[in-house]
Design a protein around this ligand. Structure first.
Ligand SMILES: Cc1cc2nc3c(=O)[nH]c(=O)nc-3n(C[C@H](O)[C@H](O)[C@H](O)COP(=O)(O)O)c2cc1C
Length: 275
């Protein structure tokens, strides 16, 4: 299997869910793939399930965490595939093949230069910095309903002071132009490892009103939404901001906070690229 994986440009891995897990054989195969270490290969995930389908999510998350790119949206089939499921499989296979061709073409067009190689090395090194995955929510001026909140997935979050407890968060310039100004309040929702919220936000980064309406929410004191499925949340007030390249670094003092779940670990962002 190791030799096969090594000589392939891409792979598709599938699994049923048995007793909430992937079977040992699939776990072993996935272990080989993750140990192989080359994240330039294209990956695809599919699986059958009966009611919960944890194995499919688990494989997908492990590949994403390891930095693999998926060539099609993961296929989930309940028990036996229907005609429509089979059609989706064909479409996915086609998408995968096209993506593979594109990948090959890009590889042959221009061999990486020494400068590229150094940039890659630097980027790989920068990638090793990890951050807690959080969703920052804030209610823009003139908005009063929870679903009108601005919500963004952030991972450059760090505790900056202890007395008072303060956090720094890095936010994209265009997002923070009119939000999280000095004196503004926001909620930092700390996501739980394995939570479906992680995938939902990783796909969208910023959720709109309709998507927020599908989530369990309650109002924090400042009016911004607390995500009920988060591991914990912090309510903060922005004390200062600093312009950093294409981001704003926000320093905010924690006013209050609460654990929403007593078990589970914080979701961590393992990045594919430093940019
Ligand atoms: C012993 C056993 C345990 C199972 N456990 C789960 C489970 O925890 N979650 C789930 O979604 N499906 C579960 N299933 C359903 C299987 O995932 C489903 O039957 C399988 O993916 C469909 O393929 P099959 O036609 O080979 O059964 C279980 C099935 C069996 C037989």
């Amino acid at each position: 299997m190791q030799a096969l994986i090594h000589s392939s440009d891409g792979f598709i891995i599938g699994s049923p869910t048995l007793g909430g897990h992937m079977p040992t054989q699939v776990q072993t195969a996935l272990g080989f793939i993750l140990a192989e270490g080359s994240k330039t290969k294209l990956a695809g995930v599919f699986g059958s399930y009966g009611w919960s389908g944890e194995a499919i999510d688990d494989i997908e998350q492990k590949l994403l965490d390891a930095g693999y790119t998926l060539g099609f949206e993961t296929l989930r089939v309940k028990f036996t595939p229907t005609a429509s499921d089979l059609e989706k499989c064909q479409i996915a296979a086609n998408e995968f093949a096209q993506a593979l061709k594109k990948l090959r073409k890009n590889r042959t067009v221009r061999p990486p230069s020494l400068v590229d190689a150094q940039v890659d090395r630097t980027e790989q090194a920068v990638n090793r910095v990890v951050g807690s995955l959080c969703v920052l929510t804030t209610l823009p001026e003139g908005c009063f309903h929870l679903t009108q909140a601005a919500a963004i997935l952030v991972s450059s979050v760090s505790q900056a002071s202890f007395h008072p407890p303060g956090m720094t968060v890095s936010l994209p310039q265009e997002w923070a132009e009119s939000l999280c100004l000095v004196g503004d309040r926001f909620v930092l929702n700390i996501l739980k490892e394995g939570s479906p919220l992680v995938r939902q936000f990783q796909q969208a980064q910023r959720l709109g009103e309709q998507q927020l309406a599908t989530l369990g929410l309650k109002s924090a004191e400042c009016g911004a939404p607390i995500l009920l499925d988060a591991l914990a949340y912090l309510e903060c007030t922005v004390e200062s901001r600093m312009n950093c390249g294409n981001h704003w670094l926000i320093y905010a003092v924690v006013e209050s906070g609460e654990l929403l779940q007593t078990s589970g670990l914080t979701a961590i962002q393992h990045r594919k690229t430093s940019s």
